[in-house]
Design a protein around this ligand. Structure first.
Ligand SMILES: Nc1nc2c(ncn2[C@@H]2O[C@H](COP(=O)(O)OP(=O)(O)OP(=O)(O)O)[C@@H](O)[C@H]2O)c(=O)[nH]1
Ligand SMILES: [Mg+2]
Length: 445
């Protein structure tokens, strides 16, 4: 039988109201002892919460949700007390004395998941909603919590199962198997499946960008003004700026908000060959940082531009590129922005701030500003990975079907793909994965 858990659900600080939450089969008994009686389900009742010696701990608004009609699916009791940490501690302590135990991080949500109240992607959306730093992030997380992302995964799962059933039926009738498997309708079905994977992957990657914020890496040769640009965007003297080439050695990260979007900016060491051990290490780190970037922000100056563009050649395809031609104040030029072959070029001055807004706008577009208003949902890197792996299995299945018509192998690839999708919603999960996910939640959630 499950035990009963208790936690303070509000932040650990003084506030107008603080909430203690209890979940599990022991709720009716604990309420009886603590409050004198169990409140009627779903009715706010003002009751005295008393200690073991009948001393008054606090007068609280008590809310009882009878299983299974609660967040966790178990009996849940919420005590809305005065928001003093000592009072909340006393209520929690009393619940423990009456048989509850302190909840682990995320344990209420984990129980909600285990009792089928939410799937895993929805549970993750709750954590993302709580952690969201902008309206856009909150809206996207709300959509996932409402099940929009899960519904997309489920519909893909159904298409996958249909294809599998089709193929397994063929295997069951060996004399007709080859005919079945060379049916053009089956091939079309597999093609359409691949298309659906592609579409969901695009949206899921966008969801991850919205959830995590964009990772922008500032690179360029020494002394072009990378650190100055970081400082200008952060509106703070974060990085050391000097006229000595090779000033920055380490990677310096700074979180920057542009309107509704969060960016992580990374300033890096200027790229050049160097005999200095420390600087060489800095250059190595700059290159490593680039491999993880969503956007590479290449800083250059008008005179260097042609040769500096070659630095972009080493970048992975998936990394977006924005080029900043800095120090336009020297020529007295006006800020400018143009787009060449999908690459943004912006002329600005990190020193005077002229043209900085053009750069902010460009970054905002890259980060998918406005996407949250177009129905984007929140997602996590783990979802992208599962989708990519599932997609690879579907591609294997398609190839096997085309090249060898080995029904068993095709069916097995599709089964694997199904497993991967099931990991997103939590149909297939290991204890380890669940532990890893819920342990990042806050206590009381
Ligand atoms: N005139 C002018 N000077 C600038 C501008 N931006 C930066 N500088 C100057 O260029 C020099 C180098 O600036 P940094 O920001 O340290 O350049 P960096 O690219 O970070 O250099 P490293 O860390 O050595 O790679 C400093 O003297 C800055 O004041 C600008 O927009 N206009
Ligand atoms: Mg620097």
């Amino acid at each position: 039988m499950t035990d009963t858990i208790v936690a303070i659900a509000t932040p650990a600080a003084s506030g107008g109201i603080g909430i203690v939450r209890v979940s599990g089969p022991g709720v009716p008994r604990i309420a009886g002892q603590l409050l004198g009686r169990l409140p009627s389900p779903r009715r706010a009742e003002l009751l005295n919460a008393r200690d073991h010696d009948q001393g008054l701990i606090d007068r609280v608004i008590a809310l009882y949700f009878r299983a299974p009609h609660s967040y966790t699916g178990e009996h849940v009791l919420e005590l809305h007390a005065h928001g003093a940490p000592v009072i909340l501690d006393a209520l929690r302590g009393r619940a423990c004395a009456l048989g509850a135990r302190p909840a682990r991080a995320g344990e209420f949500s984990e129980r909600a998941f285990l009792n089928g109240k939410l799937d895993l992607a929805q549970a993750e959306a709750i954590a993302d909603l709580i952690a969201s730093k902008s309206q856009a992030q909150a809206r996207a997380a709300m959509r996932s919590l409402q099940g929009e992302f899960s519904a997309r995964v489920q519909s893909l799962l159904r298409a996958l199962v249909d294809a599998r059933v089709h193929i397994e039926a063929a295997i069951d009738f060996p004399e007709e198997e080859v005919d079945f498997l060379s049916d053009p309708a089956l091939r079309r079905r597999m093609e359409s499946l691949r298309g659906q994977f592609e579409a969901l992957l695009v949206e899921t990657r966008r969801g991850v960008r919205l959830t995590d914020g964009l990772h922008v890496v500032i690179v360029g040769r020494p002394n072009v003004g990378k650190s100055s640009l970081l400082n200008a965007l952060a509106a703070d003297e974060r990085a050391i700026v000097t006229d000595i080439p090779g000033t920055t050695r380490d990677v310096l990260r700074e979180e920057v908000r542009i309107d509704d979007i969060t960016l992580t900016l990374a300033d890096t060491a200027g790229l050049r060959e160097s005999n200095d051990v420390v600087e060489s290490e800095g250059v190595r780190r700059a290159r490593a940082e680039l491999q993880r970037a969503d956007v590479a922000l290449l800083v250059t100056e008008a005179a260097w531009m042609a040769s500096d563009l070659a630095l972009l050649d080493e970048l992975p395809e998936s990394v977006a590129r924005v080029i900043v031609v800095n120090k336009i104040d020297r020529e007295g030029a006006n800020p400018w922005r143009e787009s060449r072959d999908g690459v943004e070029l912006i002329g600005l001055s990190a020193r005077t701030g002229a043209g900085l807004q053009l750069l902010r706008d460009a970054l905002k577009q890259r980060a998918g500003a406005g996407e949250a208003d177009q129905g984007a949902f929140s997602a996590r890197a783990r979802h992208v990975l599962a989708l990519e792996t599932a997609q690879a299995h579907v591609e294997n299945a398609e190839r096997t079907l085309r090249d060898s018509r080995a029904g068993e192998l095709v069916a097995e690839e599709l089964r694997q793909a199904q497993r991967c999708l099931g990991e997103i919603t939590g149909e297939f999960t290991s204890e380890d994965l669940l532990g890893a996910i819920f342990s990042t939640f806050c206590i009381g959630k």
